[in-house]
Design a protein around this ligand. Structure first.
Ligand SMILES: Cc1cc2nc3c(=O)[nH]c(=O)nc-3n(C[C@H](O)[C@H](O)[C@H](O)COP(=O)(O)OP(=O)(O)OC[C@H]3O[C@@H](n4cnc5c(N)ncnc54)[C@H](O)[C@@H]3O)c2cc1C
Length: 457
């Protein structure tokens, strides 16, 4: 990886940073980023803070200088798409949006080095132009590469790791301003840093393992949940990617299968009525569970198949514009179907007032220490959601013990209530991660209240 990031501002990025300064009160002056106080809010609006200021970094040397010459709490932020309070601080926020784009690539190894502040969705087209495509993507692509990998963000697929599992190198600037260029040669530090919660330092560049650019076909249909759970392993191995959205107050799920294809781009099966998650929400908010079940089953039975072909990066991620909060746990795949059944039954039996479906998918085992899929065993991830305009606490508090009963590990970027002792039991290398964190940031400059709860016994 090159030591220096490209730091020449194009006319376009200059205009973008001027606009950002006008909107957010953050501006770059000489080589130092000077800041004024501005509030921060996450995507769902549930988390906010009033940092002392924001450092809007335009190159790596500026970041090193800043870390060496300032003191006090500091937190890196990506695109604010986490639901857990990893970011909020009353110190300074470090924004690395401008460390973006494809910096280097190698089409023999099919790897590319990108600025850590790149949004996943902004990398699809430039990677395609150089003949590469990312192996997998999460449900949406608005996250930054640094933010997504910091929390172990993953997509779907029994044979696919999280994004962190495809990181082959990264540059980490520690709280003291030291540069660590990491890859598999420094296995321990590397595996700690690939899912780092923004607690080991600030990542400026990431090298990803990609593959030859490709096209995908996505097929969506509804089917009885029991049938899909029974056949899940077969469907998951038959398709490149397979996942289901079990509908609450319904015997049905929306199923989604993705496969590589050479077919021309376009809609290959156009349903008379599109299968949209929003359309499949339970009707009759005030209805009894049995009444909702009848209505939702009728709706789901009539939903039609849809099929579309496009470039990989356009198929793998979606647009989610209705803000929500989310809790997600990974559980060992072998009893994960039982966990889904218990959650659906609890919602029905206790008439929990929720409309969003669950999401159920597999992730391949992998090495980053704090990955939800760390270890040898395949894991399934199960998510529950609640509209951002409603209080998620009663629902999430009721379901979280079910995840725990099945040996669940929480997603770092999503709502959970676990603290140091529970996490220490769930993640075999948790203690080692803590030791590395303490060595890299002995004064805890990168810690906020949430991280203290995670890392301090
Ligand atoms: C609509 C929606 C859909 C989602 N879908 C999925 C999904 O399919 N799969 C999944 O696994 N997750 C999913 N998530 C969760 C999301 O991917 C993670 O929470 C991710 O971390 C958000 O990335 P971000 O860029 O917004 O980072 P932020 O939320 O801003 O920050 C996340 C963490 O990264 C750290 N960080 C940011 N930049 C740096 C840096 N340069 N160096 C070091 N640390 C840094 C922060 O300090 C923080 O700890 C979804 C979230 C939303 C809102």
């Amino acid at each position: 990886m090159k030591r220096k990031l490209r730091n020449r501002l194009s006319r376009r990025s200059f205009l973008a940073s001027s606009l950002r300064a006008a909107l957010f009160g953050t501006y770059a002056l000489n080589s130092r980023a000077e800041t004024i106080q501005t509030p921060w809010r996450n995507w769902s609006g549930g988390l906010s803070c009033s940092p002392k200021g924001r450092y809007d970094i335009t190159d790596e040397n500026q970041l090193i200088d800043l870390l060496k010459k300032t003191s006090g709490p500091i937190r890196p932020v990506g695109s604010g798409h986490s639901f857990s309070p990893l970011v909020p601080t009353d110190g300074h926020l470090v924004i690395i949006d401008q460390l973006s784009g494809v910096l280097e690539h190698d089409n023999e190894t099919m790897q590319a080095t990108v600025g850590a502040g790149s949004r996943l969705g902004d990398l699809g087209a430039p990677l395609f132009e150089i003949g590469q495509g990312m192996l997998n993507l999460p449900d949406i692509d608005r996250q930054t590469v640094a933010g997504a990998t910091a929390t172990g963000t993953h997509g779907t697929g029994v044979d696919f790791k999280s994004l962190s599992g495809y990181v082959t190198g990264l540059r980490l600037i520690t709280a003291r301003g030291e540069v660590k260029e990491l890859d598999a040669d420094q296995k321990d530090l590397f595996d700690a840093a690939r899912v780092n919660l923004g607690a080991l330092g600030i990542v400026t560049q990431i090298r990803m393992q990609n593959r030859k650019a490709f096209k995908l076909k996505k097929r969506e249909w509804t089917a009885p949940t029991e049938e899909l759970l029974r056949d899940f392993d077969t469907l998951a191995s038959k398709h490149r990617q397979f996942e289901i959205f079990p509908l609450v107050y319904s015997d049905y799920s929306l199923a989604l299968a993705i496969d590589e294809t050479e077919q021309p781009i376009g809609q290959t099966i156009v349903p008379a009525q599109e299968v949209e998650l929003a359309d499949l929400r339970p009707l009759g908010i005030d209805a009894l569970p049995a009444e909702k079940l009848t209505m939702n089953n009728a709706l789901a039975e009539n939903a039609q198949i849809s099929e579309v072909v496009d470039l990989s990066y356009k198929i793998l991620s979606n647009v989610r514009s209705n803000p929500f909060n989310e809790m997600e746990y990974s559980v060992p795949a072998n009893n994960s179907a039982e966990c889904v059944r218990e959650i659906l039954k609890t919602i029905y039996d206790e008439a929990i007032d929720v409309a969003f479906p669950l999401e159920y998918r597999y992730v391949s085992p992998e090495d980053p220490w704090l990955s939800m899929a760390y270890g040898e065993e395949p894991h399934a991830t199960i998510s529950i959601h609640r509209s951002a305009f409603e209080d998620y606490h009663p629902y999430f508090n009721r379901i979280e013990p079910i995840f725990r009963k099945y040996g669940g590990r929480p997603h770092w970027g999503k709502v959970h209530s676990l603290g140091h002792n529970e996490l220490n039991e769930l993640y075999p290398r948790f203690r080692d991660f803590k030791e590395i964190r303490e060595a890299l940031d002995p004064h805890g400059r990168l810690l906020n209240n949430h991280l203290r709860k995670l890392f301090e016994a």
